[in-house]
Design a protein around this ligand. Structure first.
Ligand code: LMR
Length: 376
């Protein structure tokens, strides 16, 4: 079978550097799927890109990787692409919000849309990571009108995984303290497979809505509601911050879970002086393998994905892209997970996040119009 053509933009960047080994080891598209990687970056990054290609060769990734093309020619990179991982764009710097990137990245997304429309496979599957990710999906959809809207997705799995990581941190410390207090044997540590029902709704921004209302943990051989392990409803709820409590769940001092998840990208950026890269690459790998790997998608759990809102059953206004709960199905498709319902709190917060997405869309459209008028 011909190898799967996968284009990665921003190929010389930090996220690509962590993502390429995951793909090349067969952990993303399945161990039996051969991949031809097309790494694209802008001409000033050509040397760094060539260095990445040298390292790929030196890593002897023989199982899943059929070949690598490192190029600054976007047409060459996108020709025949069956999967596009769009990392390339201006990154956020400390003190910026993702929204501040609309003007800088709208033109790049326009070009990506044109390339997808003209050169990629007509059924190319796309994940947008460059921020503001959901609004970038919208821009792509305008300039790649032939691409099915369901094929254009954005990464909200990083927010989803951040929430699960914080829940696990908190649940495990409570279970371990409880077993120590009872003098019982140390309990088995919970892992991500022991959590279900998590969802992040809305924008990949400070307005996102991490929702634990349907979360359950697998403890002692059965699924139990979240409150039976973490009874602290103030920390779990949509309140903006704890009145004065200590740090729990791995967030900063006094932060609720929701605030900690919303601000995790900024916290990593503040600490590293660079955006999340390892965790972003891991989340992209999970997003793509749940969606496209023949093994994973057969047993797909509900996951958060940035997807089109057209026809959604949750009452989110149509015509934008938003993080919603979905289940992936074999053959690279996904469906909204109608098992999720919104409680009043979640709905109210989601409305604010959707209003922000609509504002971003209007701003992006204005900027593109201005750029087109200036270009004559
Ligand atoms: C993240 O959430 O880590 C990314 O969107 C990068 C950023 O600027 O926060």
């Amino acid at each position: 079978m011909a190898p799967l053509r996968v284009v990665i933009t921003g190929g010389a960047g930090q996220i690509a550097y962590s993502l390429i080994p995951l793909i090349a080891r067969g952990l993303v598209f399945g161990p039996d799927v051969k991949v031809h990687l097309r790494l694209l970056d802008i001409p000033p990054a050509a040397n760094a890109l060539a260095g990445v290609a040298m390292e790929v060769q030196d890593s002897l990734f023989s199982t899943a990787l059929e070949g690598v093309l490192a190029t600054t020619n976007d047409v060459e990179a996108f020709t025949g692409a069956q999967v596009a991982i769009l990392l390339g764009g201006f990154p956020r710097r400390p003190g910026m919000e993702r929204w501040d990137l609309i003007g800088k990245n709208a033109g790049i997304m326009k070009r990506m849309g044109e390339l997808l429309e003209t050169y990629a496979s007509p059924n190319c599957k796309v994940v947008v990571v460059a921020n503001p990710a959901q609004t970038n999906c919208y821009i792509l959809s305008i300039y790649a009108p032939s691409l099915p809207r369901k094929n254009i997705t954005s990464l909200s799995r990083l927010d989803h995984d951040r929430m699960i990581g914080m829940l696990l941190h908190e649940a495990n410390s409570r279970l371990i303290s409880a077993s120590a207090a009872n003098g019982t044997e140390c309990v088995r540590r919970l892992t991500a497979a022991d959590v279900r029902g998590a969802c992040v709704w809305g924008n990949h921004s400070n307005s996102q809505v991490p929702d634990v209302s349907a979360v359950e943990f697998f403890v002692d051989g059965r699924w139990v509601p979240i409150e039976s392990v973490i009874p602290d409803t103030t920390w779990l709820g949509l309140a903006n911050s704890l009145p004065g409590g200590g740090s729990i769940g791995g967030g900063a001092e006094g932060q609720s879970l929701v605030e900690a998840v919303r601000k995790r990208g900024a916290a990593v950026l503040g600490a590293r002086k660079l955006s999340s890269a390892m965790s972003a690459a891991n989340a992209i790998a999970e997003h793509l393998s749940d969606w496209l790997s023949p093994e994973k998608s057969e047993h797909s759990p509900a996951v958060s994905m940035g997807v089109t809102t057209d026809g959604n059953p949750f009452g989110v206004s149509e015509g934008i892209f938003s993080s919603l709960p979905v289940r992936c199905t074999l053959g690279g498709d996904w469906n909204y997970d109608e098992g999720f319902s919104l409680n009043d709190d979640v709905r109210r917060h989601l409305e604010a996040s959707v209003a922000e997405l609509e504002d971003e869309k209007a701003t992006a459209l204005k900027m593109l119009e201005k750029a087109e008028a200036a270009a004559g």
